[in-house]
Ligand binder design. Structure first.
Ligand code: S3P
Length: 176
């Protein structure tokens, strides 16, 4: 049996509100991996909140931090990594994501996302000027990017633990 530090990583992508953090924690517990949230990692490194980074330096700057954070994890093993919803946007992030491990897209219906996101507190792109229309347009634009993942799992109808079990059922035979 190998220690968690030798296990293959599992990477979760999906729109804001898809449940990457909750499902990620459940999947980490289930598979004996450690959980890492890329946004939380960025916040710790930068010493300020995502909202503050967006407000003071803008989205492009945040995207650079995101790519740097991802690249800095290249030699890590044994993680379930939850990424921010926009990680799929920059082309250069894809080889980094794929070299970390299998990439799982948590797919969620727009109505569910809308409910979960509420007023978008703490998420600059979920409460930008144009209200839900703007958020829905962002989702629409990103769908083909999320579809590049290795595996797609629906999150609408099941609790996080069940989503985690479903991911693991499909991955167990292909990852160690
Ligand atoms: C973003 C999603 C957020 C966070 C930032 C930008 C996005 O993460 O990275 O606010 O562009 O979709 P969550 O998906 O964890 O909310």
């Amino acid at each position: 049996m190998c220690g968690s530090s030798e296990l293959a990583n599992i990477v979760l992508v999906g729109f804001m509100g898809a449940g990457k953090t909750t499902v990620g924690r459940a999947l980490a517990r289930l598979t004996g991996r450690r959980f890492l949230d890329l946004d939380a990692w960025i916040v710790r490194q930068a010493g300020r909140s995502i909202e503050t980074i967006f407000a003071s330096e803008g989205e492009d700057f945040f995207r650079r931090l995101e790519t740097e954070a991802l690249a800095s994890l290249a030699s890590e093993k044994g993680m379930v990594l939850a990424t921010g919803g926009g990680i799929v946007v920059r082309k250069e992030n894809w080889p980094l994501l794929r070299s970390l491990g299998k990439v799982i897209y948590l797919k969620t219906r727009p109505e569910t996302l809308r409910e979960r996101l509420g007023d978008g507190a703490g998420r600059p792109l979920a409460r930008s000027g144009s209200g839900w229309e703007g958020v829905a347009a962002l989702l629409e634009k990103r769908l083909p990017l999320y579809a590049q993942a290795d595996l797609v799992v629906d999150t609408d109808a099941s609790p996080p633990e069940e989503v985690a079990r479903s991911i693991w059922r499909q991955l167990e035979e292909v990852v160690q």
